[in-house]
Design a protein around this ligand. Structure first.
Ligand code: UD1
Length: 442
């Protein structure tokens, strides 16, 4: 798809109503085989798109996945005055004139990451108007850490009628500061890092998030001329510069998509290879797969072969900030653990409402008991296909995985969640031998 516009935002291919009329029918039991190509990381690409507003010179970002969330973010950049041109997997973004227009509510409300433009807008223009965000229904997801970070950098912030309005207290440049994050929030680290690249003086973010996407954002900003060190550790130091320049940059591979395909191999007892990946980004996922009895073999620098089997053992999981086990893999792993012998305890510590897939997996014959943020999964010998509803992005992936292993047909509704985060997932799985197709139910 190619699009270029400086007109008001539209969201190409993000037709939620259509995606809601469609269901995905997965016929369980097929063995998978072959190699699958992992796309660019959605969460990195979203942060890079926000950061592209930091310069008026134009940026080229490649390995950008074709996803509804990316299209929404592109539409937000366009609404803010940028030009966005898609050429295959490359986005050319030119944010020469960034206006003071508010990012459009109907887009921001559907994509939490779009709120992060507040960081680049504050860095570049010293003022911003952004509606409070939306995104997956996985908890309250406040933005207090973003706001407190911007305030520490010298912004005055008012929240009224659902709009966050921020402007520099003096002049149009923020002032570097030492900021301690009460929690290593990915988004707040990104917002503050972007804002601080163009602030006067030095900013130190303590207890920063260490996710690979933070490192990717820092590297992109460094390619634009920012001075950042320590990204990937708990302390990030940013020396503000007066302006940033043009850059070309490629997004890292998506560790969550990779992890999802690893579980697909495991749950179907299959052997598949995935590439490109950065194995260090998958440490916790690989460790847990090995703990249940799946073999994972690295080939070369960027390829993993996953050798599934049967008779897996249970494992306990606690979601944590990186390098802990990612919350974005919790639902998919739960699908696998439903078929592992014994009891597994899953504790979700990052988001308070991210266990809605439990009820749907139980509809498929799983035995999961839920108390607060803890799910106890008692392994069952088989799952059986059933009509189920995707409740959020990663929950939808978990249902696809459960469907691949189940006896009979699983019919998944709520596909707009899946399409927010997985590029061509049906096609990729079919290429591996899975039996699944989309259809409109009468
Ligand atoms: C990002 C990812 C998301 C992933 C999550 C945790 C993107 C676009 N999304 O989301 O896929 O699941 O990291 O790895 O990159 N919190 C606050 N106040 C704030 C900010 C966050 O209380 O100002 C809380 C949240 O409600 C949540 C926790 O901190 O409970 C973690 O959130 P955060 O790390 O900020 O996640 P996101 O950046 O939203």
């Amino acid at each position: 798809m190619t699009y270029q516009t400086s007109s008001p935002a539209t969201v190409p291919n993000a037709d939620e109503a259509h995606a809601d009329a469609e269901v995905l029918q997965v016929v369980g039991g097929a063995r998978l085989a072959g190699q699958v190509q992992i796309s660019g990381a959605k969460n990195s690409a979203l942060a890079l798109l926000a950061a592209s507003l930091l310069t008026g010179e134009g940026c080229e970002i490649s390995n950008v996945p074709h996803l509804v969330d990316i299209e929404r973010m592109s539409a937000i950049l366009i609404a803010l005055g940028a030009q966005v041109l898609r050429q295959g997997d490359k986005l050319k973004i030119r944010a020469e004139q960034i206006g003071y227009a508010s990012a459009p509510y109907e887009l921001v409300s559907k994509l939490r990451a779009s709120f992060f433009v507040i960081g680049s807008l504050m860095g570049r223009c010293g003022r911003a108007r952004v509606p409070l965000p939306g995104g997956c229904a996985i908890g309250a997801r406040p933005v207090d850490l973003h706001v407190r970070g911007l305030q520490a950098l010298g912004a005055e912030v008012h929240i009224e009628h659902g709009i966050v309005e921020a402007r520099c207290r003096c002049g149009d440049r923020l002032e570097g500061a030492r900021i301690y994050l009460d929690y290593p929030s990915v988004g707040a680290t990104e917002t503050i890092m972007m804002a601080a690249t163009l602030a006067r003086g030095q900013t130190i973010i303590e207890n920063a998030a260490q996710e690979p996407e933070i490192v990717d954002l820092a590297n992109f900003c460094i390619a634009m001329g920012a001075q950042i060190r320590g990204a990937g550790t708990k302390t990030i130091v940013i020396d503000g510069v007066s302006e940033l320049h043009q850059a070309s940059y490629a997004v890292i591979p998506d560790r969550i998509e990779a992890g999802t395909f690893m579980v697909a191999a495991a749950i179907t007892g299959s052997t598949i290879s995935i590439a490109p990946v950065i194995p260090e980004h998958l440490g916790a996922v690989i460790a847990k797969l090995q703990e249940v009895g799946v073999r994972v073999v690295q080939q070369g620098r960027d390829q993993l072969t996953i050798i599934g089997g049967h008779g897996y053992r249970s494992a306990d999981i606690e979601t944590l900030p990186f390098p802990g086990f990612p919350t974005d893999m919790q639902a998919q792993f739960m699908a696998l653990l439903t078929l592992c012998e014994g009891n597994s305890v899953i504790t979700e510590t990052v988001f308070e409402n991210r266990l809605q897939h439990v009820a749907e997996l139980n509809r498929m014959g799983a035995n999961i008991k839920l108390k607060g943020n803890v799910a106890v999964v008692s392994g069952v010998p088989v799952l059986s296909g059933a009509p189920v509803m995707a409740t959020d992005l990663r929950a939808s992936a978990a249902l696809v995985l459960a469907g691949l292993a189940a006896q009979g047909v699983t019919t998944i509704k709520g596909l707009h969640h899946l399409d927010r985060g997985y590029e061509n997932i049906d096609h990729k799985l079919r290429t591996l031998g899975a039996k699944l197709h989309r259809t409109i139910l009468e």
